[in-house]
Design a protein around this ligand. Structure first.
Ligand code: PGA
Length: 236
């Protein structure tokens, strides 16, 4: 693991964007595993800038996102499909048909999960997976549990996640109670993993996840077993 501590959010965003840009330069038809949440927004801004300046070209890139709320349509401004369109895809020359987000409206979430994993496999796996980390140690929406789940699956969101994410909704009652998330299988199979975290409130969970025991009670701790993991942390 490479743990990089930087001084501020801007530095974290710029450094992470450099790593993703390098991946696109080295393999123009790469598969990017992408994440939502407030932390990656600055990274996406940097990537948009690099695309506009002709430094990187998304035309052959495919992307797969980590997760989606159950019950939100792609048009809902709180859905992760909407977030990705708004924060990245609408502003770069990516082919939208090659951007994948789990379908939160699927009738059969087990089938949606199996199809999602099969798609990632058919794409040849993820070249670089971008991750944030929840205050409870979740990655994607893999919440603390008694075991790690390998497949893309439906999860019931933890109360702490619902509270944390309520800042994006009109009221806490509007936050969906469940989601569909990529499981640990596809995440751990990514060739590189890049986890970003920002803020003093993330320090304790980072210590637990990367310097404590590997346990499904701290889902991100499984990343200690990944052989190409970069963590970029800014306390401020
Ligand atoms: P955040 O979310 O980037 O909004 O802090 C991270 C996460 O929950 O994975």
């Amino acid at each position: 693991m490479k743990f990089i501590k930087v001084n501020n959010y801007e530095e974290m965003s710029a450094k992470a964007a450099e790593i993703i840009a390098a991946q696109i330069t080295l393999k123009p038809n790469c598969v990017l595993g992408l994440a939502t949440g407030s932390t990656p927004v600055g990274i996406y801004k940097n990537l948009i800038e690099k695309n506009k300046n002709g430094v990187i070209d998304f035309s052959e890139v495919t992307s797969v996102n980590l997760d989606e709320y159950i019950g939100l349509t792609p048009e809902n401004d709180q859905s992760y499909r909407y977030f990705m369109n708004n924060n990245l895809f609408n502003h770069v020359n990516i082919n939208k048909e090659k951007t994948f987000v789990p379908n939160g409206m699927a009738q059969d979430t087990a089938k949606e999960g199996a199809d999602y994993d099969a798609r990632i496999k058919a794409l040849g796996g993820i070249d670089i997976q971008l991750l944030g980390i929840g205050l409870d140690g979740h990655i994607g929406f893999n919440e603390p549990d008694s075991c790690f789940t390998k497949e893309t699956h439906e999860v019931k969101l933890d109360e702490s996640t619902i509270v944390a994410n309520s800042r994006f909704f009109a009221s806490i009652d509007d936050v969906p109670k469940s989601a569909i998330t990529m499981g640990m299988g596809s995440i751990m199979s990514a060739k590189k993993v890049l986890l970003v975290a920002n803020g003093e409130n993330k320090r304790e969970i980072l210590e637990k996840a990367f310097f404590g025991p590997i346990t499904p009670e701290v889902p991100a701790s499984i990343l200690q077993l990944h052989n190409d993991l970069v963590v970029i942390y800014s306390e401020k």
